[in-house]
Design a protein around this ligand. Structure first.
Ligand SMILES: CC(C)(COP(=O)(O)OP(=O)(O)OC[C@H]1O[C@@H](n2cnc3c(N)ncnc32)[C@H](O)[C@@H]1OP(=O)(O)O)[C@@H](O)C(=O)NCCC(=O)NCCS
Length: 142
């Protein structure tokens, strides 16, 4: 698979927050507890290089959050616009994310993927990720 030639990947800036939230409503799987301007703004304030955007001709076509807290590398919000899928955009975003993690000294990437999201299983699997059966997610809102 080749990366689209006209694809540009860049870090999001505060002006991107509203367009990204609108994009996720159309392109992402499910919602996050942090899907609001305060939540995404806090992400950018804490780590201005964490939210990666893929653009084509200035149009937002994909996102991923490449979160690194000094301990774990965590991927969130991988999403590609429905009209631009199966063209290597997620693959390009994951490569850019992994470059960032490598540069920061990260050692392994974690991604939470819904069990029912078989389309995503194909994408993570194609990028070399392996599903682990030993863990369950434990959560508590604070
Ligand atoms: C999952 C998603 C991000 C994939 O984006 P994409 O840009 O279409 O993915 P790519 O084109 O880079 O695909 C890479 C590989 O993943 C696999 N893949 C992608 N979509 C697939 C599908 N619908 N069915 C099976 N495998 C798929 C294929 O192996 C593909 O390679 P190929 O096209 O050469 O066969 C996109 O479908 C999406 O945004 N879905 C909704 C949000 C979501 O589920 N995000 C993941 C949350 S964990």
């Amino acid at each position: 698979m080749s990366t689209p030639d006209d694809l540009r990947i860049r870090h999001a800036v505060p002006a991107d927050v509203a367009p990204v939230l609108a994009f996720w409503r159309e392109a992402a799987e499910g919602t996050s507890i942090s899907d609001d301007p305060a939540g995404v703004g806090r992400l950018l304030a804490r780590d201005p290089e964490a939210l990666l955007l893929a653009e084509r001709g200035g149009t937002l076509v994909g996102t991923v959050i490449a979160g690194f807290d000094g301990w774990r590398c965590s991927a969130y919000r991988l999403a590609v616009h429905p009209a631009h899928r199966r063209q290597g955009i997620a693959t390009a975003l994951l490569a850019a994310m992994e470059d960032r993690f490598t540069a920061l000294g990260g050692r392994r990437v974690d991604a939470m993927v819904l069990e029912a999201n078989t389309r995503a299983h194909g994408t993570w699997g194609a990028a070399g990720y392996i599903r682990e059966d030993r863990w369950r997610r434990w959560v508590k809102p604070v």
